[in-house]
Design a protein around this ligand. Structure first.
Ligand code: AMP
Ligand code: MG
Length: 319
């Protein structure tokens, strides 16, 4: 059974013994282990049922540590790191040879960031190794934004889950890579295109094959509830007529759909605040998934700023 605790020392002991833990970050909770421990990294993949072709993000304690895991760091990468770290930005950089290949799924690059969650940072300061961590949810399912979510998924698999409260950002990090002088977004996330462009000028968004993703956060099915989930259609009335006899739930942006046929509704932000919506997103999906509705209807949000990143997740939640 997993213990929810705020005692970092318990996590340190577990990690030093090649075990893995539930780790709070400002984006979502992670399943973390010593980057150099083959045993720990294998346990992460097994616990998450994550295919080995899908690499992990390496979490470091300070910017000086970049040189320990990466090399040939482009000037723009350094600028972004200096500006956004600690924070929800992951950089794809040439890996150093001693970063284990299992962590990077045999890729020549390593994904790296410094998380800003105080508990994650305090833990990293006391370790003499980086933490490799993917999100703390089984492959393709809804990410965890509370310690309780992690416990519900992995109670039998973990001994220690650090309880750092509710994640403040609530959506995964933005993943950025570099080709020549170009800055490319491989996964939309908590830092927006506009935020990045203020620091390094124009950036582009990678559009790839969904079946062979460079960053598997781009896999077409991901972040998915167990319950049947579809996008809300323009003509809600026709859509609801077609779902007669079904128990219907809905995830909406700022106000409820006024229709009695929808029995469970989750509002992401009554104040129409996209950051608040991101923070509430996964918890709302978890609640709808547990509410025993037959189908979840999802309304897309305004496609601007972090709304773009939320819509990316919502489209992939469709199953
Ligand atoms: P997760 O923590 O579950 O959101 O997964 C981490 C994300 O980082 C996945 O989409 C990974 O594919 C991506 N990632 C990690 N390392 C690399 C890498 N070397 N190249 C490309 N994407 C990466
Ligand atoms: Mg994930």
């Amino acid at each position: 059974m997993a213990l929810l605790t705020t005692h970092i020392n318990l996590a340190i002991v577990a990690l030093q013994n090649d075990d893995i833990i539930g780790l709070p970050t400002e984006t979502v909770y992670g399943l973390a282990g010593n980057m150099y421990s083959e045993k720990a990294i294998k346990k992460i993949f097994e616990t998450k049922k994550r295919p080995f072709y899908n690499p992990l993000i390496v979490h470091i304690k300070n910017i000086d540590y970049l040189d320990v895991v990466a090399q040939n760091i482009p000037a723009k990468a350094l600028l972004l790191a200096q500006h956004f770290w600690p924070g929800p930005l992951t950089l794809l950089l040439d890996k150093r040879a001693d970063v284990p290949n299992i962590v990077t799924a045999d890729k020549p690059t390593v994904a790296v960031r410094i998380p800003s969650h105080p508990m994650a940072l305090a833990l990293l300061q006391q370790l003499n190794f980086p933490l490799a961590a993917p999100s703390a949810n089984p492959f393709t399912t809804i990410s965890s934004t509370t310690a309780q979510h992690v416990k519900e998924y992995f109670d039998k698999d973990l001994d220690i889950i650090l309880d750092g409260g509710e994640c403040t950002k609530g959506i995964e990090s933005t993943i950025v890579g570099f080709t020549g002088d170009d800055v490319i977004i491989y996964r939309l996330g908590a830092i927006t295109e506009t935020d990045l462009e203020k620091i390094v000028g124009e950036v582009s968004i990678y559009i790839g094959q969904d079946d062979k993703p460079i960053a598997p956060g781009m896999l077409i099915k991901h972040y998915s509830p167990k319950t049947k989930t579809v996008l809300l259609e323009n003509d809600v009335n026709i859509q609801l007529n077609n779902l007669a006899n079904k128990k219907i739930g809905a995830l909406v942006f700022n106000k409820k759909i006024d229709d009695e046929r929808i029995v469970e509704q989750e509002i992401l932000s009554e104040a129409s605040n996209l950051e608040e919506a991101a923070k509430n997103l996964y918890a709302a999906l978890h609640r709808l998934d547990k509410s025993k509705v037959d189908i979840i209807l999802i309304a897309l949000l305004p496609n601007e700023g972090i709304g773009k990143s939320i819509n990316d997740r919502l489209r992939k939640a469709v199953n």
